[in-house]
Write a protein that binds this ligand. Structure first.
Ligand code: HEM
Length: 204
């Protein structure tokens, strides 16, 4: 059976809630549309499986800690304390990108991480994210080598993760505070029937 447990929101090393607008794994329609590969996608042995993108992303904690709260919230487009979008509401309210702040500018910066990664601005793409914080020993200069082991499952790597990452790499305000240091992609084959084995759709 295809099953990925439901994942909640957790704090990242920059102090923001991560996972708010993730795909809900009990939303079957979204899982079918965005996560599980189909035979008609090209590789029939992957039907019911998923493709995993993994990135090790160093987070520049010192630079982040030197920035003020207003700048940090502008970078993500969400409030640090509640996770609510800067357009208002609470953590799970959908962002309103047309809302203007009192200074006449968009309440959510169009170059914020959330604005650029949101389906409204990427042709409707979604991915299923699951990230872990990591902490290595300090680098030779004594700076913290910590960050996010970013993982995302999707039906099609190039149309989803790659397209999204390309857009983020060009404009995301978060880029000033992160460095991608390692990258990998995996094909996760479908689950098995009783008595079957992982990969049998490819090897049998
Ligand atoms: C260290 C790196 C990163 C950090 C700290 C980070 C953190 C966050 C935070 C705090 C949010 C807002 C809450 C949420 O909806 O989860 C968010 C949203 C999101 N992030 Fe990241 N993120 C990182 C890298 C990435 C990368 C590499 C991608 C994909 C290429 C990505 C894709 C997304 C998506 C799709 C959303 C949801 C946007 C929406 O629909 O509202 N993130 N991220």
């Amino acid at each position: 059976m295809n099953r990925i447990a439901t994942w909640g929101t957790r704090g990242d090393l920059f102090g923001f809630r991560d996972g708010t607008n993730n795909i809900n794994t009990s939303d079957r329609a979204a899982m079918e549309k965005f996560v599980w590969a189909k035979a008609s996608d090209g590789a029939s042995w992957m039907a019911g499986g998923s493709y995993l993108a993994v990135r090790q992303i160093r987070m520049l904690i010192k630079d982040w800690d030197d920035s003020v709260l207003e700048e940090q919230e502008d970078v993500f487009g969400r409030a640090k304390s509640t996770g609510a979008p800067l357009s208002g509401g609470s953590e799970f309210t959908q962002p309103d990108f047309s809302k203007l702040a009192s200074n006449g500018k968009p309440a959510i910066n169009p170059e914020s991480h959330v604005a650029l990664a949101h389906p409204q601005h990427n042709g409707g793409i979604r991915i299923l994210r699951r990230a872990f914080n990591y902490a290595n020993s300090d680098d030779p200069k004594g700076a913290a080598d910590v960050g996010l082991l970013f993982m995302a499952y999707q039906r099609d790597l190039s149309r989803q993760f790659v397209a999204m990452q390309r857009q983020l790499s060009e404009h995301d305000l978060l880029n000033e505070y992160i460095q991608h240091t390692a990258s990998a992609a995996f094909a996760a084959p479908p689950g098995t029937a009783p008595g079957g084995y992982i990969g049998e759709t490819l090897l049998a």
